[in-house]
Design a protein around this ligand. Structure first.
Ligand code: ARG
Length: 565
């Protein structure tokens, strides 16, 4: 709605003063209207007039175009305030209800966006940071898709580097075959830990690891085979976790190793063109002009690096898709890496895709410290999922002891994941987030389950009502009805902002407020017991529209909306 008003204003004033920047605000005091704008200040300043005078001129001029939507008032200080008309809200309600997917937009038509997440590392468990990346990346991809973009969900897993030499050395010495068959990821982790424990007292092992990696790079059959096996088992396990999380399928899954064969020619090209140079035996791209430390392409021992592979992969992404944007959903800790990567890409003129590092913070425990296992290690994603689903199950059964075990599982899974995802998305991604397990599942707080339960409550009313017609929407005059109809109008803005800012917290907050307004409405008016059929049906129309908007919004956040909880 804000966007609509802004556009109308902008179109109108374009002829008068050209393109100027102004705001559409929501006044803190509802008696000042539903929306307000400072546009008159901006124009008056340019033209040396009084803001109130300009605002009055704007009001008179716009009455004919905006008049159907809102009445306007000029405040004494020059703000132009808009009061949405009840008939307009009622008309929009019916229009929104008839839209198959309210919130869909066309701004992305014909544009491609690559969104990369979570890019886990082979031979290691998916950890809690990757879990954040998955939750944020999947939701952002949904949001871009709903705006009409052609979204390429890209998973770029870490499957190359000297650590694989170490793992192969450890595998050859200490593999427990049976353990590997039962729990390949667990065994890989054990082998990794074992290697490092042993290497502390046996320096020969490091060399052995390096030699094994060199053999792997050179295509040694046995090492290739071991590496492929580790990779395959890991990917299978990641897939299993993505399924549990309900993450949408990836369009591209590539590993760092997929770029290995391209690195030599790329490096040769960069040297030839003078982009890369030797420094203390290593090969670097100098980024001093950007105020950044150099990007390291090749170490003095000849090994290529994370950066080199990222450059190759970026080249591949741009060449294959010519995307409008590439979003990398990766933890804050890698901020410098991405600054360097993006600076190098600019210098190398890799193309003009907008490159964005969508950063996110750490996960903290209830004590405010980084969430870790008892031994101080990073927490595995799956432990978090298990824990929240188990807690949700307890709650679900408490609320409804008659559920069958299967039903309880299904609901607990959906509510647990809803709590987990929403807790992540409702906060600004840059900040560290706290895992307060109870708050995540709090049915009366700002939580995923609160919205899920509100949806189920509305679905339940609709199921009880059975078939109904639109009713007489002109009877929707209660403040709680007005608030709800007005809130519905803001859904497209919430989606658009989300995409623009690369954050989901605005959309999450929107859904919470919509759910809250729905609960207030339901507490204040009678719906099913109303003996005025026209009003009852109109209210059911409100409920159905809010329910489908909540469902649509939750879906964007990757959260399931169950009809029955
Ligand atoms: N595999 C890396 C990690 O887990 C993340 C990769 C991020 N993406 C990238 N294009 N470098 O830390």
């Amino acid at each position: 709605m804000k966007q609509t008003i802004k556009k109308l204003l902008r179109d109108y004033i374009a002829d008068l003063v050209g393109d100027v920047s102004f705001e559409i605000l929501t006044p803190p005091d509802p008696s000042l209207g539903d929306y307000a704008t400072n546009v008159a200040f901006v124009i008056a300043k340019k033209e040396g007039k009084k803001p109130a005078e300009t605002a009055t001129e704007l009001k008179d001029a716009l009455e004919s175009t905006l008049g159907e939507m809102a009445t306007m008032q000029v405040s004494s200080n020059g703000f132009l305030n808009f009061f949405l008309k009840p008939e307009f809200l009622q008309k929009r309600l019916l229009e929104i209800k008839s839209e198959a997917q309210y919130g869909r937009g066309g701004e992305g038509a014909g544009k491609k966006v690559i969104i990369e997440y979570p890019s886990c590392n082979v031979a290691k468990p998916m950890h809690i940071g990757h879990l954040r990346s998955t939750i944020i990346g999947d939701a952002l991809a949904n949001v871009y898709e709903t705006l009409g973009y052609d979204v390429i969900r890209w998973n770029y897993f870490g499957d190359w580097g000297t650590q694989f030499g170490k793992l192969i050395a450890s595998y050859k010495r200490w593999l427990d075959k049976e353990a590997f068959e039962n729990d390949p990821v667990g065994e890989m982790l054990r082998l990794y830990v074992k290697f490092h424990a042993e290497a502390a007292s046996n320096p020969e092992l490091e060399k052995e690891g390096q030699a094994e990696f060199k053999k792997l790079e050179e295509g040694d059959n046995e090492n290739r085979k071991i590496w492929s096996e580790l990779r395959e088992e890991s990917l299978k396990d990641f897939d299993r976790i993505f399924k549990r999380l309900g993450t949408r399928a990836f369009d591209q899954t590539k590993g760092e190793s997929d770029y290995e064969s391209e690195l030599k020619p790329i490096i040769a090209y960069l040297q030839e063109k003078g982009f890369a140079r030797e420094s203390e035996g290593a090969l670097i791209i100098d980024l001093a002009a950007h105020g950044l430390p150099p990007a390291l392409l090749r170490k003095s021992d000849g090994a290529t690096l994370y950066m080199t592979r990222d450059l190759a992969s970026l080249g591949d992404r741009i060449k294959t898709y010519q995307p409008e944007k590439i979003l990398y959903v990766v933890a804050n800790q890698q901020a410098l890496h991405f600054e360097q990567l993006f600076a190098a890409a600019r210098d190398l003129k890799l193309g003009d895709a907008g490159l964005v590092h969508v950063k996110f913070g750490m996960v903290l425990g209830e004590d405010g410290k980084k969430l870790a296992t008892r031994e101080g290690k990073v927490v595995a994603a799956e432990e978090v999922i298990d824990k929240i689903v188990a807690l949700a199950r307890k709650k679900v059964i408490q609320k409804n002891p008659d559920l069958s075990s299967d039903e309880a599982d299904k609901i607990a899974n959906s509510v647990g994941l809803g709590g987990l995802k929403y807790n992540d998305l409702k906060q600004h991604p840059h900040s560290d987030i706290v895992f307060d397990w109870d708050a995540m599942l709090d049915l009366s707080g700002n939580s995923g389950p609160y919205i899920q339960y509100t949806y189920a409550r509305l679905a339940n009313i609709l199921a009880k009502a059975g078939a109904y017609s639109d009713g007489d929407v002109s009877m929707l005059v209660e403040p709680s009805e007005r608030a709800l109809m007005k809130k519905l109008l803001d859904f497209p803005d919430a989606i658009g902002e989300s995409a623009k800012l690369y954050t989901l917290n605005g959309l999450a907050l929107y859904l919470y407020e919509l759910a809250h307004a729905a609960n207030q409405f339901y507490e204040q008016v009678r719906v099913l017991e109303d003996d005025n059929n026209d009003r009852k049906n109109a209210r059911l129309t409100v409920i159905a529209t809010v329910a489908s908007t909540l469902k649509q919004g939750l879906k964007l956040l990757g959260i399931e909306a169950l009809e029955r909880i």
